[in-house]
Design a protein around this ligand. Structure first.
Ligand code: IFM
Length: 766
C-alpha cells in the first residue's frame, strides 16, 4: 500500500469502521464526513449506486445518503413547506466497476473487508476494500478522499486496486452523479459542468480531471458525457490499477456571474500540484490547525479521541475566507435543518473559534453583519424596531423557519420558534462582545460589532413594553427550553436582553470616547439620539429577570414553578425523548426542561449568579432537564465543572461526546456540531476554567477523575499561549505576542515571551 494511504498510526487520531449496516450507515456517513467550510462530502462508499433506501414498512428511510455540499448554495427546492435549503451538488466520489459485464454492487458477492477510517490528523477519509464477486473474482483496494484545507475549492480521490484474475474484461467508470433538487444544467463540457438553482438563481460549477494507470501505463478514457470517464481493459492478476480524480468547485451568488472560469482555474492550479502536492498542502494545513486547536488529554484515551473528533469537525466546518456563510446546525455533513444557521453558532461554536481561530469567528460574525438588513426587516414586519435575527437563517438572513412540519405522529405541527425564539438577537450580541473582548479586534467592533449591538438593543426596547406593574415584560416567547412555548419573561431571554442593552450602551460610550468622528457618523447613519439611550437604560433596569433575591434562584419563566414537577429518574431507561413518553400537552404543563436554559445562562453570564446562586440554580434545574437536544449535555458539563462537580461534569461530557460517536439515528442527518462545540467548552472553559473575557487571562482548573494532564493552545489579544494542567501544577508558555498577566487560581502572574511559567496549584483530580 502507498504510504500516503496508511492512516496515522496513533489510534487517538483515527476512527475506524468495518462493514455496512443498514441501520447505522447514514449516521456513519455523517460522522466520517469531510469538509473545509466550503465543500462538504459525506463518507458514503465510493462503489455504490447512490442513495439507498429502506421502505418495506411503507415509508422511506435512507440507509445510505451520499451527498456533497457547497456552503451558501441555497435554493427553494421542493420542501414542504417551501423554505430555502442547502442544495446538494454532484456526488464526485462515485465509481462503478464492471467485471465481465457484471456491475460490482457491494450488495452482491461477499465483502471480506469494507473498512472506512477517518484520519482526523490529516483530514482524510481512507477506505480499504476486499470484495469477492458472485463469480469469484476478488477486488482488493484502497481509497483516499479529501477536501482540501489548503485550497477550499479543491477535492480529490485516489483509488488503488488489483484483481486476482487474468483475462477479465474490466470497465471502470468515474462519474459525477447529479443530485437533482432543482439544479438546472447550464453548461456541460467534458471536464466541466455548471448548474443554476431554479429558485434562487445561485450557480455552481464543478470541474474535474481523472486519470487511470493500469500496470503503470496511462489508459485513454471514453468520454461519452460531461464529467464521466470510462476505461476498459483486460485484467492481469495482481496488476495495479490507479485512479486519480481531482475536483474543483466554484459558487455563483448572482444570476449574472459565471462560476465556470473560477472552477476551471482552481482545477488547473491543483492539476499542476498533482495529487501528492495537493495531499502535502492539505496535510500541512491540517497540521497548522491542529497546532492551534488540539487538546491533549492524558489518562483518558476515550475522551482524547472524542475531543479530537469535536475539534476535527469544528475545524472542518469553518471558512475564514467567506463572510457570506456561517455554520449550519449540521455543518456540511447532512441535510437535517436544511443547512440553516441557529443560535448554535454564536453560543456553542463561537467560543471555540474565538479562542482558537479568530479569523473564522470574525467571518461568522460578519455573516451576521451582512444579514442585518434582513434582521431589521423581520423586526419591522413584526412591528418592532431594530434587528430581530432569524431563528433559522440561510444565505440572506431572512427567517427560514418552516411555519409547520409533519410531526412524528403524522399530524401537522405549528412551529412557533421562528416568531417566538427571540433570544437569538441577544445571543448574537453576546458573541460579538465576547469576540471583541477575547481578540481585541477594535476594527471589527467599530465597523460591524457596534452596529449589531445597537440594532439588537433597539429591538429589545421596542419589544419590552412597560406595563401597569411598572415592569417591561417580554411576553410570548420561547426560551432555549423549547418544550415550553409562548411563555412570558423567560429568564434566559430577559437577562440576556438586559445584558445586550448594557453592552450596547458601553459600546456607544466607548466609540464616542475613542473614535468621536466615527460615533458621530454612526449616530447619523442609524439616526441614534441621546434620548434613545435613556430608554435603553430604562429597559435594562426594568425588564424582569425572575430572580428571587431570597433564594438567588431564577424562575425559568413566569409561572414555571407552578407547573407539574416530574421525577425524571422514573424515566431513566427511556429510549425516546421525554415529550414522546409524556405526550406534548403534559410535557408543556410540566417542569421538564428540554435543554440547558437557566443552566445555559449560568454558563454564559456567571456574574449574574453571585455567591451560591450558581450552585442553587444548577442543583434546581439539572434534575429537571431531560436533555432533549444535543446542545444540552455539554453546557451542563461546563457548568458542573466550574462548580467543581468534576464527576458529574465528566458524565455529561461523555454524554455530549457520544451523541455523534455512537450509532445514534439522530446523526443520520448530519453531525450535531453545536454539541461538539459544547464538548470543547466543557473541557477548556469548564475543566481548565479558562476565562478570556476579562482584562487578563484567568485559569481555575479542576481536572476530572482519571485525567493526568490536560493541555491545549489558545489565542488572546494577538498572543498565542500553550497551557498544560496536571493534578499539581499549571504550565503556561507565551509562544507569540507581548508580555501579559495571567491569573491562575486567583493569583496573578506575569508571562514573558518565550519563557514558560510554572505554578504549583492543587487542581483536584479525585
Ligand atoms: O438550535 C437548536 C435548538 O436549540 C434545539 N433544536 C435543534 C436546534 C438546531 O440545532
Amino acid at each position: 500500500m502507498d504510504e500516503a494511504l496508511r492512516p496515522t498510526p496513533d489510534a487517538t487520531w483515527v476512527l475506524e469502521h468495518d462493514g455496512y449496516n443498514v441501520l447505522t450507515e447514514s449516521a456513519l456517513e455523517s460522522r466520517f464526513a469531510l469538509s473545509n467550510g466550503f465543500l462538504g462530502v459525506r463518507a458514503s462508499r465510493a462503489v455504490s449506486r447512490g442513495p439507498t433506501w429502506v421502505s418495506w414498512l411503507g415509508y422511506v428511510k435512507w440507509a445510505s445518503w451520499p451527498r456533497c455540499y457547497v456552503a451558501g448554495l441555497f435554493d427553494r427546492p421542493n420542501t414542504e413547506p417551501p423554505v430555502p435549503a442547502l442544495v446538494p451538488v454532484a456526488d464526485w466520489s462515485r465509481v462503478r466497476i464492471v467485471l465481465d459485464g457484471q456491475p460490482q454492487l457491494l450488495a452482491d458477492g461477499k465483502t471480506l473487508l469494507g473498512c472506512r477510517r477517518l484520519d482526523m490528523h490529516r483530514g482524510l477519509l481512507l477506505g480499504e476494500l476486499i470484495h469477492r464477486s458472485t463469480n469469484g473474482i476478488t477486488v482488493e483496494g484502497d481509497e483516499l478522499r479529501l477536501v482540501s484545507l489548503a485550497d477550499r475549492a479543491a477535492a480529490m480521490q485516489i483509488l488503488r486496486f488489483t484483481l486476482d484474475r487474468d483475462g477479465i474484461d474490466v470497465k471502470l467508470e468515474a462519474t459525477f452523479a447529479m443530485a437533482g433538487m432543482g439544479m438546472e444544467p447550464e453548461r456541460m463540457e467534458p471536464n466541466l459542468g455548471a448548474w443554476r438553482a431554479e429558485g434562487s438563481g445561485k450557480g455552481v460549477a464543478m470541474a474535474g480531471h481523472a486519470t487511470l494507470r493500469v500496470g503503470g501505463a496511462v489508459l485513454v478514457p471514453e468520454r461519452p458525457f460531461s464529467l464521466r470517464w470510462i476505461w476498459q481493459w483486460r485484467s492481469i492478476a495482481g496488476q495495479r490499477v490507479e485512479l486519480d480524480r481531482l475536483v474543483a468547485v466554484a459558487r455563483a451568488d448572482m444570476p449574472g456571474f459565471d462560476p465556470a472560469p473560477v472552477a476551471a482555474a482552481a482545477l488547473e492550479r491543483n492539476r499542476v500540484l498533482g495529487w501528492r502536492g495537493m495531499l502535502a498542502a492539505h496535510t500541512t494545513a491540517w497540521r497548522e490547525r491542529w497546532q492551534a486547536g488540539d487538546i491533549v488529554i492524558e489518562g483518558d484515551e476515550e475522551m482524547q479521541r472524542a475531543v479530537r473528533f469535536a475539534v476535527y469537525h469544528l475545524t472542518s466546518a469553518a471558512n475564514p475566507q467567506d463572510e457570506r456563510v456561517s455554520v449550519g446546525a449540521r455543518a456540511l455533513t447532512g441535510d437535517a435543518y436544511f443547512g440553516h444557521v441557529f443560535w448554535d453558532t454564536e453560543i456553542y461554536l463561537l467560543p471555540f473559534y474565538t479562542a482558537v481561530w479568530p479569523e473564522a469567528a470574525r467571518a461568522m460574525l460578519m455573516y451576521r453583519f451582512h444579514t442585518l438588513p434582513a434582521a431589521r426587516a423581520k423586526a419591522a414586519a413584526m412591528g418592532f424596531k431594530g434587528a430581530l435575527y432569524a431563528w433559522e437563517s440561510a444565505d440572506t438572513g431572512e427567517e427560514t423557519t418552516p411555519a409547520r412540519v409533519v410531526g412524528p405522529d403524522g399530524a401537522m405541527v405549528d412551529i412557533l420558534t421562528g416568531s417566538m425564539e427571540i433570544h437569538i438577537s441577544a445571543d448574537i450580541a453576546y458573541a460579538v462582545w465576547q469576540y471583541w473582548r477575547v481578540t481585541g479586534d477594535d476594527a471589527f467592533m467599530r465597523d460591524a460589532g457596534v452596529e449589531i449591538l445597537i440594532e439588537t438593543a433597539r429591538f429589545w426596547v421596542s419589544r419590552a413594553v412597560a406595563e401597569a406593574d411598572g415592569a417591561r415584560h417580554i411576553r410570548h416567547v420561547i426560551g432555549p427550553d423549547e418544550y415550553h412555548e409562548d411563555v412570558d419573561d423567560n429568564a434566559y431571554t430577559n437577562v440576556l436582553a438586559r445584558w445586550n442593552l448594557a453592552r450596547a450602551l458601553d459600546a456607544v460610550a466607548m466609540l464616542r470616547a475613542r473614535r468621536p468622528e466615527h460615533a458621530a457618523a454612526m449616530a447619523v447613519k442609524l439616526r441614534l439620539a441621546d434620548s434613545e439611550l435613556d430608554d435603553w437604560r430604562d429597559a435594562a433596569a426594568r425588564i424582569p429577570t425572575g430572580l428571587d433575591p431570597a433564594t438567588g434562584r431564577y424562575e425559568q419563566f413566569a409561572g414555571y414553578d407552578r407547573r407539574e414537577p416530574i421525577d425524571l429518574r422514573q424515566y431513566a431507561d427511556r429510549k425516546v425523548p421525554i415529550d414522546v413518553v409524556l405526550g406534548r400537552a403534559r410535557t408543556q404543563a410540566s417542569q421538564v426542561v428540554k435543554q440547558a436554559d437557566v443552566v445555559a445562562l449560568i454558563g454564559l453570564l456567571p456574574e449574574a449568579f453571585p455567591g451560591a446562586a450558581a450552585e442553587a440554580n444548577f442543583r434546581y434545574y439539572e434534575p429537571r432537564c431531560a436533555h432533549g437536544s444535543s446542545l444540552s449535555a455539554g453546557m451542563h458539563a461546563l457548568v458542573a465543572a466550574r462548580l467543581g462537580d468534576t464527576a458529574m461534569a465528566l458524565r455529561f461530557l461523555r454524554q455530549a461526546a457520544e451523541a455523534d460517536l455512537e450509532p445514534d439515528p439522530n446523526s443520520a442527518g448530519g453531525i450535531r456540531i453545536a454539541g461538539l462545540g459544547g464538548v470543547w467548552q466543557a473541557v477548556v472553559l469548564g475543566f481548565a476554567g479558562l476565562d478570556l473575557g476579562g482584562e487578563a487571562i484567568s485559569l481555575k482548573p479542576q481536572l476530572p477523575p482519571g485525567w493526568r494532564r490536560l493541555s491545549f493552545a489558545v489565542r488572546w489579544r494577538g498572543r498565542a499561549l500553550h497551557l498544560g494542567i496536571t493534578g499539581r501544577a499549571v504550565r503556561v508558555a507565551l509562544t507569540e505576542g507581548p508580555a501579559t498577566a495571567i491569573a491562575i487560581a486567583g493569583t496573578t502572574h506575569q508571562l514573558s515571551p518565550g519563557a514558560a511559567l510554572e505554578v504549583n496549584v492543587p487542581t483536584r483530580v479525585s
